[in-house]
Each structure stands twice: as structure tokens, then as C-alpha cells.
Design a protein around this ligand. Structure first.
Ligand code: ADP
Length: 224
């Protein structure tokens, strides 16, 4: 599915230079569920952003589904993400001004999918996440658990092969957190590859493999 080799990311401002990733190599197979753990500031989000083509590494290679994508221009990254990668964030990242249907529809609009097909797919994703009855509601009318289910619906609506999740249960109570982890596990069982950043040992236990980062380097890997 994806392979990174000797990935480095250095953030430079006028006064400071931060080495966020210092030579990270990792291969993730199709259908794996990987948890990335490590203390705050060790580079987890930076790594996930690069895997999600939201940012480029300073150096190193990144192969996604056989193509080198580590050094694309921003417009090329946007194109490469479309339909291929779904994102789930701790903060849900729903658009407040749009109702749930419109939020979930957005990736399909960017992909220029026609309206009737969009409707079909959005309804299916909302149904799957057990939130169809709220399609006309706005994000601020929902609980955190419901908002995260909508975010997962948006992540899966284009049928991506890869889902990247950054602390997906970080803002949820344990019941809603467990529901979200069960949904991710279900998607993984059906073949979706998942890479998830988490602080939680409990959530990491859902994964097949845990990668521990420290100071921008992989220090241990545990096969579960
Ligand atoms: P984690 O997700 O493990 O908490 P991050 O990947 O967010 O860690 O950050 C790794 C390091 O890179 C930290 O020292 C952080 O301050 C720094 N960093 C992250 N993003 C930026 C940025 N855009 N500009 C400058 N430094 C950054």
C-alpha cells in the first residue's frame, strides 16, 4: 500500500530549526491497521500529514500504491488524494455552515461525481454510520460521537483504500470512542488500510501493528 524510506522533515523559521522526522522508514501492507504512538511532539502528526499528502517531506521517498508521491506540487498532491485517502481527525473538522449531507458529499463534489450518484453514495455512507436520520442537521446540533460518525462517513464516501486517523477518539467519551474504533475495525476487516495516530493503549490494541516514535525516529514496532 505504502512505503516510506528515510523520511526527514525539518521545519525552519528564521530563528529555529526543528527536526520533526529524522529518517523514518516504514512499509504498510494492503489491509493492515497500524497505530502510531509516542509522546507529544515526537512527530506523529507530521508523519500522518506526509502520508496523507497534506505536506511533503524535506527528504526521503514515499511510494503510495507504487507511485513516488513524496515530492509532488501542492496541486498534484490534491489530485493524488482525491478518492484515494480518507481522513478522520480528533476535532472532526466538519464544516459548520453545511448540513451533514453536504459535509459528507463534499469529497464527491471535488471529484466531480454527478448529483444522483453523489446522493446515492452519501445516503449509503450515512446509513452505514447509523446517522441517516440527521442528514439535514448541522454539526453543532450533534454530539461529539455523532459528529465523528459523520466524519467517518465523509472519509469513506469515496471508497478510499487508505484511511488516516489522527486521534479519532481524542474528544470522545469511552462509549463513543469504542463505537468509533469498532467502525474503523469493521472497515479494516473489509480491506481498508488504516494508519491511526493515538495516545491510547486501548485504541492501539485494535491495530495489527504498533509503531512507537520518539524524537522523530521509530524506536520500536510491536506486532499484535
Ligand atoms: P506530535 O503529533 O507527535 O505531537 P508533531 O508532528 O505535531 O508531533 O510535531 C513534531 C515537532 O515538529 C514538534 O517539535 C513541533 O513543534 C514541530 N512542528 C510541527 N509542525 C510544525 C510547523 N508547521 N512549524 C514548525 N514546527 C512544527
Amino acid at each position: 500500500m505504502l512505503k516510506i524510506e528515510n523520511l526527514k522533515k525539518v521545519f525552519r523559521t528564521e530563528e529555529v530549526e526543528t527536526v520533526a522526522l529524522n529518517g523514518v522508514s516504514l512499509e504498510v501492507n494492503d489491509g493492515e491497521f497500524i497505530a502510531i504512538m509516542g509522546p507529544s511532539g515526537c512527530g506523529k502528526s507530521t508523519l500522518l500529514n506526509i502520508l496523507g499528502l497534506l505536506d511533503n517531506p524535506t527528504s526521503g521517498t514515499y511510494y503510495l500504491a507504487g507511485s513516488e508521491v513524496g515530492h509532488l506540487k501542492e496541486s498534484e498532491r490534491t489530485q493524488a488524494r482525491k478518492g484515494n485517502i480518507g481522513f478522520v481527525f480528533q476535532s472532526f473538522n466538519l464544516i459548520e455552515e453545511m448540513n451533514l449531507f453536504e459535509n459528507v458529499e463534499l469529497p464527491l463534489v471535488y471529484m466531480r461525481i454527478n448529483k444522483s450518484e453523489r446522493k446515492r453514495r452519501v445516503e449509503e455512507a450515512l446509513y452505514r454510520m447509523n446517522i441517516s436520520h440527521r442528514a439535514k442537521h448541522f454539526p453543532n446540533q450533534l454530539s461529539g460521537g455523532q459528529q465523528q460518525r459523520v466524519a467517518i462517513a465523509r472519509a469513506i464516501v469515496a471508497n478510499p483504500k487508505l484511511i488516516l486517523a489522527d486521534e479519532p477518539t481524542g474528544n470522545l467519551d469511552s462509549k463513543n470512542g469504542n463505537d468509533v474504533m469498532s467502525l474503523l475495525t469493521e472497515l479494516n476487516t473489509e480491506g481498508t488500510t488504516i494508519v491511526m495516530v493515538t495516545h491510547s493503549q486501548h485504541d492501539a490494541a485494535y491495530a495489527n501493528r504498533t509503531i512507537n516514535l520518539f524524537d522523530g525516529e521509530i524506536v520500536t514496532e510491536v506486532q499484535l
